[in-house]
Design a protein around this ligand. Structure first.
Ligand code: ATP
Ligand code: MG
Length: 434
């Protein structure tokens, strides 16, 4: 029987695993899979999470297969008794499970090489679903399966993220390629810093209206907004469309657009510093190293980032960043003067081109009428002078800290781009829409 060739238009994911129903494991596999599918031109319509119970898995599979062309499953392919995905799919589709002696031999060999006898339970991993294409697992022992049921395709993959990921790329992608709709979808992301969501919404509304038929989503984190748009059509023409839309976005939002797709504020800043052969240091108080963490998340940051002082106490501000004690006395640790001194001190200490500082009240305690929780001062020392920003974000501790790091990175980005800082400076109105 020849394989079906009809395009796979409706796609669903099922994440199997009791632990995913609890509070300490997140189904991140489906996010990763969705991203790959979109790259390949397939749009996800639905996803579900279920536990390890065989009747539940069969029920979910029946439900999803009834309404979708392609169903991708992760988890429950392992050797233990609670791994029931393969058994569920076989039972639902009326297929047998056939033990493959070649796999038995290779499993035994794999264990032998590591100096173990293969436990009996691992034999289960040599059971293949009748009539299925076996998907090689280059990172583990449980094979995956591609099962054609009429026009529909069911794919079973392990739950371990690295195993699933390599299987998707090496085994699943080439097999699905012939059935990806040629009129697929193409996606792009534009990233915006330091503007409130409502301000971005207002600026981009005319762009939405100009391009009907394009799906737009806006995803807001404090100080960091993601505009995502998805265009239908063959990649070549859709790309031209996405380029035009991106141009419109950049025109309406201006310099607050810091990047696209996989860019992050920190990767853009590190890239700018590298291209100029310049360096950075920091002095962090309320952000406690978060800014430095974000910068050092970027591969290659070592070429530009010289180091950081975590000046959490007043003593450390004086001793390590040479903030004058009188200044702390007169203005308090959370002040313009101290922020500037911290930046200056870090720049001198490390001999860097630039230094950023963050000092603020992350709460929940420590606020006052004059300086409520969420008051943060950020400063930048550079060869061209000093910059300072003050803002107040009435939010929780985690958000205040992360917003502070974002605003500091954006201050440096704008300095590096020699932008007019007075124009788009986040201030108290920056709270709106956070
Ligand atoms: P293996 O065949 O390698 O034993 P498996 O198919 O049995 O894998 P599970 O036992 O369900 O997979 O999960 C193995 C690991 O992968 C666990 O740590 C689990 O938390 C993680 N995992 C499973 N499903 C997901 C998911 N949807 N997202 C993120 N992690 C997951
Ligand atoms: Mg399992």
């Amino acid at each position: 029987m020849p394989s079906p060739t009809s395009p796979l238009r409706r796609v669903a994911i099922l994440a199997v695993g009791q632990e995913l129903l609890g509070t300490d494991r997140l189904d991140t596999n489906s996010l990763w899979i969705t991203e790959r599918l979109e790259e390949w031109g397939l749009l996800l319509h639905e996803k579900q999470v279920c536990g390890d119970d065989q009747a539940d898995i069969e029920d979910r599979l029946a439900d999803l297969l009834a309404r979708h062309d392609l169903v991708l499953v992760t988890g429950g392919l392992g050797p233990t008794a609670d791994d029931r995905t393969k058994e569920s799919a076989a039972a639902l589709l009326g297929r047998g499970l056939i033990r493959d002696e070649a796999i038995v031999a290779s499993l035994k060999e794999r264990f032998r090489r590591r100096g173990y006898e293969m436990p009996e339970i691992n034999l289960k991993q040599a059971d293949l679903v009748e009539g299925a294409v076996v998907l090689r697992n280059s990172r583990g022992t449980a094979p995956g399966f591609l099962i054609e049921a009429g026009e529909k395709v069911l794919i079973l993959m392990p739950g371990v993220p690295v195993e699933m990921q390599s299987m998707m790329v090496e085994e699943v992608r080439p097999r699905l390629a012939p059935r990806v709709p040629s009129d697929g979808i193409v996606r792009r992301t534009v990233r915006v810093a330091s503007l409130p969501e409502s301000a971005v919404e207002a600026k981009v509304k005319p762009v939405y209206q100009k391009w009907p038929g394009v799906t737009f989503t806006i995803l807001a984190a404090p100080g960091d907004i993601v505009l995502r748009f998805t265009a239908p059509g063959p990649a070549s023409s859709a790309m031209v469309l996405l380029d035009s839309i991106e141009r419109d976005f950049r025109e309406s939002i201006g310099d607050a657009v810091y990047g696209r797709d996989d860019d992050s504020l920190e990767s853009v800043v590190v890239g700018l510093l590298r291209s100029r052969g310049e360096s950075l240091a920091a002095a962090e108080s309320c952000s406690g190293g978060l800014l430095s963490k974000r910068i050092t998340d970027v591969p290659g940051a070592s070429r530009v980032f010289l180091g950081s002082l975590i000046t959490y106490s007043n003593e450390s501000k004086v001793r390590d960043a040479t903030v004058p004690a009188e200044e702390l006395e007169a203005h308090g640790a959370v002040s313009r003067e101290v922020a500037l001194s911290l930046a200056r001190g870090a720049r001198a200490r490390f001999g860097s081109t630039y230094a950023l500082s963050v000092t603020g009240i992350a709460g929940p305690d420590g606020g006052s009428d004059q300086k409520p929780v969420g008051t943060v001062h950020i400063a930048l020392a550079s060869p061209r002078g000093e910059r300072h920003i003050e803002f107040s974000l009435p939010s929780d501790r985690a958000m205040i800290r992360s917003y502070s790091a974002t605003i500091a990175l954006d201050l440096l980005r704008k300095e590096l781009l020699r932008l007019d800082l007075s124009r788009e400076r986040p201030d108290r109105s920056g709270q709106e829409g956070m």
